[in-house]
Design a protein around this ligand. Structure first.
Ligand code: ATP
Length: 456
């Protein structure tokens, strides 16, 4: 697992998917920057999500709310009082761990949602050894609030405190009324948002799986109380179908329902879609039935009426909400891990990112067989023409074999080669990344061919 992960991290760096943050200054721990290919991959994932969750439906609208919000928002939501993780330190080697993760990793039981007292007891009673030094010498578990605090304006007193949002969801709840008043939504309906969130995680790590700054794709889907479990089931299944439709292998995905003890205080039911990462199963997408908890809290704290007038029943109701919440970075990591493969071809190792065409950063590469005119002129013409429809790359350096390998490694589904015959027969060779089969097709038919193969 670790070996594969190292290979993926180094490929990401070598080919410009993900760089270490602030690298020229020695790096800032657990920050990552997305390079030219990474930003394409990430944008494709976001675009597909938005298309499936907003554009293809008639019951979801979009939103882009501010990262900085009134501090009362986080009092109402419960984050100021309760958005905590428990940490423990090893007294011997001073390593620090998130208490629930330590328990999960060593005893294999889910400890999310347990109190610090319970966590402390479990760690002490089971004589859990420190994974770093092997000693059994733990401090008691203690809570730590995960919200990043900063100050708005020039005066740094308590009245100027603001938080970086730890989730995008609250921006949706506080705009519930605005959306209701300005669009023609009727229950059931959803509000979707993609944006950055920040959590001062105790133990970030596993590359881009857990970071302190990350991006979320969240949907708050409002329903009539009573219809909530039906819709919960619907969105639960949606998460699985979403990743299957992007070619992610079924055996690497599972839905894990939270046990009653594990449920957050506001949640009636929660399921995580998990992916089998090289370092183990990890949450990708959380689906929660949050009932009327959030809207009710904001009604209480803001004094505003965040209700919905039910035409049939002729009364105001507080809708229930189903929340499917997906991390962009985690989705990207799952897609990268799932796509990565090594194959033996003619005694050499071929590294392939077998991306689904929808997520592939580059859809097609164009090569002149040699770096010579008029081959290059024709190849460039084809390239510029394709660029109007697809993200395409031009490459004229190295042997054709090397150029194919370079594209395989970044997951480009098709590569077009222009050779001397092309000048006479007006045909080119198109090579398929996965089968390595080559088709000879007319230059005028390239776009139809790609549209047919790529599906867009
Ligand atoms: P975990 O148990 O892994 O800490 P969580 O249950 O706190 O996650 P949620 O609050 O449900 O996570 O957040 C919804 C989604 O946001 C997660 O499924 C994940 O994809 C993403 N996410 C949460 N925290 C992080 C993080 N620190 N780094 C990257 N993505 C994250």
């Amino acid at each position: 697992g670790e070996k594969i992960m190292n290979k993926i991290v180094s490929l990401c760096k070598r080919r410009g998917f993900v760089f270490q943050g602030s690298e020229i200054y020695g790096g800032l721990a657990n920050t990552w920057d997305y390079g030219p290919l990474g930003v394409e991959l990430k944008q494709n994932i976001k675009r597909i999500w938005w298309k499936k969750v907003v554009y293809e439906r008639d019951d979801v609208v979009g939103l882009d709310s501010a990262i900085l919000m009134h501090p009362r928002v986080w009092e109402a939501s419960g984050h100021v009082a309760g958005f905590n993780d428990a940490l423990v330190d090893c007294k011997q080697c001073k390593s620090r761990f998130r208490a629930d993760h330590l328990i999960e990793d060593t005893l294999g039981i889910h400890a999310e949602g347990k109190s610090v007292q319970e966590l402390t007891e479990i760690i002490h009673n089971n004589q859990i050894k420190c994974p770093v030094c092997g000693e059994v010498a733990w401090t008691d578990a203690r809570v730590f609030n995960l919200m990043f605090k900063t100050h708005q304006g020039v005066v740094e007193d308590s009245s100027s405190v603001v938080y970086l949002r730890p989730e995008t969801a609250q921006g949706i709840f506080v705009n519930f009324k605005n959306v209701l008043d300005t669009s023609r939504v009727k229950l059931p309906f959803g509000i979707a948002q993609i944006g950055k969130a920040f959590r001062n995680e105790i133990t970030p790590g596993n590359f881009i799986f857990r970071t302190r700054e990350f991006e979320q794709m969240e949907l708050e889907f409002f329903v009539k109380p009573g219809e909530d479990m039906e819709w919960f089931e619907y969105w639960r299944q949606f998460t699985m179908d979403f990743f299957l439709s992007l070619g992610v292998k079924k055996e690497n995905l599972r839905l894990r329902d939270h046990s009653p003890e594990e449920l957050s205080h506001y949640s009636k039911a929660t399921t995580d879609l998990e992916y089998n990462f090289p370092f183990g199963w990890g949450e990708l997408w959380g689906v929660a039935n949050r009932t009327d908890y959030d809207l009710s809290k904001h009604i209480e704290y803001s004094g505003k009426s965040l209700t919905y007038f039910d035409q049939e029943e002729k009364r105001h109701i507080v809708p229930y909400v189903i929340e499917p919440s997906l991390g962009v970075d985690r989705a990207m990591l799952a897609i990268l891990c799932d796509a990565y493969r090594e194959e033996e071809v003619e005694g050499e190792t071929r590294v392939v990112l077998g991306f689904h065409p929808d997520v592939a950063p580059i859809k097609c590469a164009v090569f002149p067989l040699f770096k010579k005119e008029p081959l290059e002129e024709l190849a460039r013409k084809i390239y510029h023409d394709l660029k109007k429809c697809y993200v395409v790359e031009y490459d004229n350096t190295g042997s054709i074999g090397k150029r194919y390998r370079r594209q395989d490694e970044i997951g480009t589904p098709y590569a077009i080669t222009v050779d001397f015959d092309s000048l006479d027969d007006h045909k080119v060779t198109i090579r398929n990344r996965d089968t390595m089969q080559q088709d000879r097709i007319g230059i005028d038919n390239i776009k139809d061919y790609l549209r047919d193969k790529l599906g867009f």
